[in-house]
Each structure stands twice: as C-alpha cells, then as structure tokens.
Design a protein around this ligand. Structure first.
Ligand code: A2P
Length: 263
C-alpha cells in the first residue's frame, strides 16, 4: 500500500464483505466483519465506504445489525449517479469496505424517556436503524408494545423488513425475547397492496390508532423516525402537534428523528 493511501486509512477499519443480497433494483444489503472492540448502541450509524483514487469516500450508514451481533449489517439504496452507492452496489463477496469506527446517532434508547409503546416510523431504507433496534433485548425490556412501520413506493421494497421480522419469528431465542410485542405495518404508495398509504396519513385519519389499539399519545408512547427529509419533517410536525417533545442523548424526550444519509 502506498504512503498516501496508508495515511488516508489511518484510524479506519477495513472490513471484508459477505452475504450481499440485492432485494430490488433499488436496494441491497450486506454483512461484514465487525472490528474487534467496536462497540455501538443499536440504532446508531457509522461512516462507511470505499477507497476511491487513494481516498476514502464515506457516507453515514445506519448499522442494521443489533449490538450483540458478531457481524455488521448494512441496508443501502442504489442511487444511479451516487458517487458511493453506484460503486458499493457492485461489491463482491470478500471485497473490503472501509469504516470509521466512531458510531453516533439519536435513534437510541438513551434519547427517549421510559414509555409503554415504541413506534418506529420509516420509509424506504430508513428501516435500517430499526432492524437493529427491533433485535435489541433492551427494546423489549423497556416497552410493552413495539410498532415498526415501513412505507415504500413498491411492494418488493418491503421484502427486507418482512424477511427480517420473519427471521425473528423463526429464531428460538429472538422469538422468545420479542414474544407478541412486535407488530410490522408495511404499506405501499405507488403499487397496489393490502395496506396502502403514507403513515403520516394513517396517523391523521385514525388508521394507525385502529391498527395499534390507541392514538399516539405523548404520555404513553415514544417515537423514532427515519426516512427522507420531507418524511422526517412531516412526522416531526405531527409529533409536535400532538405534544411530543424531541429528545437527544443529553436530554431524553418523547420522540427522536434521524436522516437516512445516503448520497
Ligand atoms: P409517495 O409515493 O406518496 O411519495 P421516497 O422514495 O421518495 O423517499 O419515498 C419513499 C416512501 O416515502 C414513499 O412511499 C413515499 O410516498 C413516502 N413519503 C414521501 N414523503 C413522505 C412524507 N412527507 N411523509 C410520509 N411519507 C412520505
């Protein structure tokens, strides 16, 4: 390795990739080795990417695997002209990604006060941090009911989340931990499916209350939100109208938001 690359890589981890799975022509997931001593809280993100012309090209990616997993998992969109994702999508097993091993984020239990129900609202690849949160024992120690929602344009884009929940149900230890606390509400907006519409509309018109037993309530409920900027803003406005207070790591509250920062 030449000196320039060596310098660029200082402090970075090089991680061998495995289990690459292309879910749709717009999304894929992969797993990779976890550096020894790398600690993170479920729901956090890290900067990951590839070496391009001797320099690391990095983007923030939510870690989709739970904190106890011996590997790391990521779920990514493929952006046609995206500098990183257009390269990442061509990853092959055994190739290596780079990661700055400094996880951060607000979609963590530490940023929320105790509550009875936990709502995890996502669109598209915004489900990634929640793939981690719903496999974390702390989630079920802290909450009686966990509602994960994912809204996508097309039916096939819901496969990653559905597969995840099915794998939890099929796993002896995980299914015992989760019990009957977890509900997945998967909706589409641009292709016919049994459950249609944006979750913001479901909250406003009472469909979410009907599906979960009661309307969103800051006294009992805690909320995490992850998706596009427009989606974050709209969900945040709804939470604030309902009287929810935004939390952070230093001042826990009733809801937290994060952006799916890709390209
Ligand atoms: P829609 O098809 O009605 O725009 P995108 O790929 O544009 O990020 O969208 C992913 C999903 O998020 C789509 O189903 C989209 O619905 C939905 N969505 C987009 N904007 C919002 C918003 N402001 N609030 C809730 N859902 C949204």
């Amino acid at each position: 390795m030449n000196e320039v690359v060596d310098k660029a890589l200082r402090g970075m981890a090089l991680l061998s990739v495995r289990n690459i799975r292309h879910w749709t022509d717009r999304t894929f997931s992969f797993r990779c080795e976890r550096p020894a001593g790398f600690r993170f809280r479920s729901g956090e993100f890290a900067m990951i990417g590839l070496m391009v012309e001797g320099k690391p090209l990095l983007r923030a990616y939510s870690i989709a695997s739970p904190a106890w997993d011996e590997e790391l998992e990521f779920y990514s969109i493929k952006v046609e002209d995206g500098p990183l994702t257009s390269r990442l999508r061509n990853l092959a097993e055994g190739e290596r990604i780079v990661m700055r091993p400094k996880p951060v984020g607000t979609l963590v239990h530490d940023a929320l006060n105790p509550g009875r129900r936990l709502f995890l609202f996502s669109t598209g690849t915004g489900i990634a941090p929640f793939a981690s949160v719903i496999r974390d024992p702390e989630t079920y120690e802290k909450f009686e009911q966990v509602v994960l929602t994912q809204t996508c344009r097309q039916v096939a884009e819901l496969d990653y989340g559905r597969d995840l929940v099915a794998r939890i149900a099929a796993d002896e230890l995980l299914s015992e931990m989760v019990g009957d606390k977890l509900t997945l509400i998967a909706t589409t907006t641009r292709e016919q499916s049994p459950a249609m519409g944006r979750m913001t509309d479901w909250i406003r018109d009472g469909r979410l209350a009907a599906a979960t037993g009661a309307p969103l309530n800051p006294e009992t409920d805690r909320v995490m939100i992850c998706g596009s900027m427009a989606m974050l803003q709209e969900h945040k406005a709804i939470c604030e109208e309902l009287g929810f207070i935004e939390g952070s790591n230093s001042a826990p509250g009733q809801f937290v938001i994060e952006k799916a920062f890709v390209d």
